[in-house]
Ligand binder design. Structure first.
Ligand SMILES: Nc1nc2c(ncn2[C@@H]2O[C@H](COP(=O)(O)OP(=O)(O)OP(=O)(O)O)[C@@H](O)[C@H]2O)c(=O)[nH]1
Ligand SMILES: [Mg+2]
Length: 478
């Protein structure tokens, strides 16, 4: 193995056609430009996928076509003893001269360059003799290698026979699912790669460290984006002049539409930034059908599920401070927004779950009306902070857990009912709620000194939450 400081380890993903080689590579390299197809033979030439951190290439994965004639390769390799570089060179020349072996020749190129190998097999189907031949070819090629069982189906009956056979040809065998692997599982597989060859340990450890640092930086950036969105939204206000003959109702509607559109646009921009941080650039997956994120930001269901629950609302209210008077304004949502008839059922329906005595309160969105002007914002109700926070955290969970190799859309069958229990803030402790309350109060008072310290505390809280939701062992259904 090359020990120069500029050395970039190359790992080729290799195996039978249609087993999920390109999918495994796509997930490992977080690259959604890798071509994947349900038809065997999609990959016909080798292609390198550099993994860059801070602009520096730290690792290179190579996608390869599937074996076409492993039995012929095996018979060529089995002749003679040992595999010197000269013999490998001669063997490649022989394979290259035969047009029938074009793809086999192609897949041997990274082997000739000394790449480490990940053999990918679908452990949900029965083992066949051709699989054993492919394993034997790799064993005879004698390169650092490991095997990955990527189960395309649910069937686990064949796993044991796969493991037994793989163990005969590989020192390392791991389960890794190209569709479901989380960040943690990717890191674990990379770490395992360090063990495939003595010389690889140091360089792979460095790569793993770079991956971990990069992930933490991403979470810091996500936290910054979320806080920027909160700050802008919670201090946002718009004023429109108003004079007869325009009716108060029509001006209110206009104001409300503009205000909520601004906030919705900002939320979408923030989501795009988060998506880009997790390198989902091309494949634009849809959110699962049951996801609360498919709901409008200002809809009854969103506020019911993602706002503060009654108990937490009472806790925040009990903390006192400037926000305390306003926190119960969530109860006024149906009432104050119900006035905006243009929204029809979307907001109006919320009054259904409110008790009459809680209804009449100051306008949720900080509505001011004078003889000539109407102003909406800054928001007076802390509930919006929690709704936005929960939506941002849910979005980050979806995006960060979505394996790059997975290209199918979630279906209705994946659906499970979403309850407020699954929101991040439902498990917030009183001290975490206090951090949110303090931040909200500082924003309302426009106090730069307080804002700085409370925003820092909020940032730390976000980072902790983001670490928890992106480091769990996967799951794409959020
Ligand atoms: N359900 C499920 N399907 C998978 C998984 N991995 C791959 N697939 C599907 O299997 C098919 C083949 O995947 P590819 O990654 O293109 O396989 P390949 O080995 O690169 O195929 P060739 O390039 O043709 O040799 C695609 O339809 C994938 O979506 C998995 O973990 N789960
Ligand atoms: Mg492929």
């Amino acid at each position: 193995m090359n020990s120069s400081p500029d050395f970039v380890p190359e790992i080729a993903v290799i195996g039978h056609p249609n087993e999920g080689k390109s999918s495994v590579l796509s997930t490992l390299a977080e690259d959604d430009s890798v071509r994947i197809s349900s038809f065997p033979g999609e990959t016909t030439v080798c292609r390198g996928y550099p993994v860059r951190i801070d602009g520096r290439e730290v690792l290179r994965f190579t996608d390869t076509p599937g074996f076409q004639h492993p039995s012929r390769l095996l018979s060529l390799l089995s002749r003679g003893e040992g595999l010197s570089e000269q013999r490998l060179h001669d063997l490649l020349a022989q394979v290259g001269a035969d047009p029938e072996l074009r793809e086999d020749y192609e897949l041997l190129q990274p082997v000739a360059r000394g790449a480490g190998l990940i053999f990918v097999a679908d452990g949900s189907r029965p083992l066949r003799s051709v699989d054993t031949m492919e394993m034997e070819v790799l064993r005879l090629l004698n390169r650092p290698r490991m095997a990955v069982l990527n189960c395309k189906g649910e069937n686990t009956r064949h796993l044991e026979s796969w493991r037994d056979e793989l163990n005969k040809h590989f020192n390392l065998v791991r389960l890794f699912n190209a569709h479901q692997a989380s960040y943690r599982e990717r890191i674990e597989l990379l770490r395992a790669l360090g063990a495939i060859d003595q010389g690889w340990q140091g360089v792979i450890s460095e790569v793993v460290r770079a991956f971990e640092t990069d992930w933490a930086m991403r979470l810091q950036e996500v936290a910054t984006h979320i806080i920027e969105m909160l700050r802008t939204t919670l201090t946002h206000s718009i004023t429109i002049s108003w004079k007869p003959p325009a009716s108060e109702e029509s001006v209110k509607n206009k104001l409300f539409t503009r205000f909520t559109t601004d906030i919705g646009d900002l939320e979408r921009e923030t989501q795009e930034k988060i998506r880009a941080l997790f390198k989902h650039n091309i494949f634009n997956y849809r959110l699962p059908p049951h996801s609360i994120l498919r709901e409008e930001l200002f809809s009854t269901r969103t506020w019911q599920l993602l706002g503060l629950g009654r108990r937490q609302l009472a806790t925040v209210g009990g903390l006192g401070g400037a926000a305390a008077g306003a926190v119960f304004d969530v109860a006024a949502l149906g009432h104050s927004l119900g006035a905006f008839t243009a929204l029809g059922g979307a907001i109006g329906g919320i009054s259904g779950w409110l008790t009459p005595e809680r209804l009449p309160r100051a306008a949720l969105l900080g509505m001011e009306i004078s003889a000539t002007k109407m102003q909406m914002g800054p928001v007076r109700d802390i509930s919006l902070l929690f709704v936005l926070l929960n939506r941002a955290l849910l979005f980050t969970r979806h995006t960060s857990n979505w394996a790059h190799g997975r290209r199918d859309y979630p279906t209705a069958e994946d659906a499970s009912p979403q309850t407020s229990d699954s929101t991040a803030t439902s498990s917030f402790s009183t001290s975490q709620l206090r951090i949110c309350r303090d931040y909200f109060t500082a924003l309302q008072k426009d106090d730069p000194g307080k804002l700085h310290t409370t925003e820092q505390a909020m940032h730390n809280l976000m980072f902790t939450e983001l670490s928890a939701i992106t480091m769990d062992s996967g799951g794409n259904n959020g």
